[in-house]
Design a binder for this molecule. Sequence first.
Ligand SMILES: [Zn+2]
Length: 354
Amino acid sequence: MLIASIWILSVHYGHAQDFGYDGEKGPSHWGEQYNSCAGKHQSPININSLDVKKVNLPPLALVGFDVAPRETNLTNNGHTVVVTMDSEVTPTVSGGPLSGVYEYSQLHFHWGDNDTFGSEDMIDNHRFPMELHVVFFKQEYKSAKSALNHPDGLTVLAFFFEIAPDDSPMYEEFIALLNNVTESHQSARFDTPPTLQDLIADDLVHYYTYNGSLTTPPCSEVVTWIDFKEPILLSHAQVQAFRALQDEHNTPLTHNFRPVQPLGDRVVLYNTDELIKEVDLEKDLPPAVVEDILDTNRIDGAPSASESSASKTTTKRPSSRENGASTIQSYGTLPIVMVLMAVLAVTAARGTAC
Ligand SMILES: [Zn+2]
């Protein structure tokens, strides 16, 4: 366990480690040296959005995410770039699937050789170009080291990235500082430390959660994963800047993600605030369909007898249903049977994904 603790400290505090992502030190060999890496509850996984359990968990409580740290440092540890903060208020997270309060430890990233892959967890076999892991340890265990002795020791807030046309201003200084940590073990300090809130997505309600492991040796199965659905947007140039970093052998650190592991007997939960509304919606669907069809068949835009009740129905609907309604509207000149098929398709999609 002492060895494990040393390794986890190195993983979370930026020291050198004896593993890689290619060849003899690559992920397929990790299990030879670290038993847990061959465990049954490993991360990352592919999340099949058709095979999740929808839940309404208590809200996540984030404390100190909006407080600017006194000092924030960026370090290339040879495997990723790690951000550590010295803050008056140590950020914590509780609620959601968590029991107890979890304290911020560090954050880091995983990325790929190009924009078509790089994230660790996958959604419906889709890899995102990059993934952010914000790591917390359970406060009652005092440290990340002792938290490793407990199956609920760590939680990681995971955010996927997608490519946007424009640079993200929130990541501007971050990306600029990457130039100062190109080589392994180099560190740089932020002039204007970002808050945690600056670096993550806005929607903290919709997420997948499951029990898994560290995605690097020693692969300890102590992590409650919380994967947020809303991606963070960076430009291609901003993501490309990560690929300029070098590992301990001064070779380009172009990919640092572990392949997905078997889900096994685990169940992935999907948290949404729309579950109750959706149950109501199913009951409401037939009259709503009728109203939509009636509206769709008005060709001149003149008010119809059904308009006031149709509008009222729409305001009750969650946003996904509103999208469905606008889809129906676009079928204005199609036969009614086609409209019904479209409605059924939209309903099926909404019921399985979000
Ligand atoms: Zn990670």
